[in-house]
Write a protein that binds this ligand. Structure first.
Ligand code: CAA
Length: 283
């Protein structure tokens, strides 16, 4: 299977990053979202990132123009007719994803791979909403997508070997390192990361230390680039809570119980950097 063109569904933080790295690798990209405004917002973020590359002399104006030319606006899922792979990066909600995959399954030609960037939802269940479960796979990019090297590639129960190999090769073309993972709640990344973040929140909740102290311990003591509370703000506290709930429900083990303080912040609308306030306050 040869991939030449990609549709990215969802032009938010993750979707725009995915579209950027695909366009930079030379793929023809359709960046899709519900409205022109949302697509435009995603394209603006890409434009800013590319301009920074030009300023830093890592890219010429001509190279930037070539990348921009690879990017196409889309507000119609019917554009899935024109591509070889769709990478879905919409809201983390199973019903939304099932609806999108069922629609894409009807629109996209038979050879098209349907990938999801879900951070914890079961690929096998998303695949069951289609008539091509062998062509459904997880492609979990890390945030910020242009910077982070990993793509966790998740095999659903029915994912075909050929599809896995195609996606693995594509990840390498994007300049990323693919890692193979089977379909279990939270995969590897969030099964390990989120309980650590949740525990850091419990540590704050129990007044073991201040938020700054907790972050400092993990930054300086464990060489993490960001402390866990800063990282939680960066990921989004709603996303952190959603993933903890997926782990809690998926394994049924109390060790995954979301910290009440995390629930409280989410209820308050303190979702982290994107809302200007989480554990920290942002301008
Ligand atoms: N988009 C594009 N580029 C970005 C960026 C963004 N959102 N944020 C930072 N960068 C770039 C900067 O432009 C800078 O590039 P230059 O070398 O050209 O200057 C480079 O990254 C380093 O940035 P900074 O110097 O500003 O800051 P830093 O050294 O602290 O690095 C960071 C920033 C890369 C985000 C680093 O703090 C880091 O690695 N943090 C941890 C990130 C992480 O853990 N991500 C995984 C989150 S979990 C996830 O994604 C999965 C999930 O399902 C929830």
């Amino acid at each position: 299977m040869e991939i030449k063109s990609v549709m990215v569904v969802g032009a938010g933080q993750m979707g725009s990053g995915i579209a950027q790295v695909c366009a930079m690798a030379g793929y023809k990209v359709y960046l899709n979202d519900l409205t022109d405004e949302l697509v435009e917002k995603g394209l603006n973020v890409i434009e800013k990132n590319l301009s920074r590359q030009v300023e830093k002399e890592r890219m010429t104006e001509i190279e930037k123009a070539n990348v921009v030319e690879n990017l196409n606006r889309s507000t119609d899922l019917n554009d899935a007719e024109k591509v070889d792979i769709v990478i879905e990066a919409a809201t983390e909600n199973m019903e939304v994803k099932k609806e999108i995959f069922a629609k894409l399954d009807k629109i996209a030609p038979e050879h098209v791979i349907l990938a999801s960037n879900t951070s914890s939802l079961p690929i096998t269940e998303i695949a069951a909403a289609t008539t091509r479960p062998e062509k459904v796979i997880g492609m979990h990019f890390m945030n910020p997508v242009p910077v982070m090297r990993l793509i966790e590639i998740i095999r659903g129960l029915a994912t075909a070997d050929e599809v896995y190999k195609t996606v693995e090769a594509m990840a390498k073309t994007l300049g990323k390192v693919p890692v193979e993972v089977n379909d279990f709640p939270g995969f590897v990344s969030n099964r390990v990361l989120m309980p650590m973040i949740n525990e850091a929140i419990y540590t704050l909740y129990e007044s073991v230390a201040t938020k700054e102290a907790i972050d400092e311990v993990m930054k300086l003591g464990m060489n993490h680039p960001m402390g866990p509370l800063t990282l939680a703000d960066f990921i989004g506290l709603d996303t952190c809570l959603y993933i903890m709930e997926t782990l809690h429900e998926g394994f049924g083990d109390d060790k995954y119980r979301p910290c009440p303080l995390l629930r409280k912040y989410v209820k308050a609308g303190w979702l982290g950097k994107k809302t200007g306030r989480g554990f920290y306050i942002y301008d």
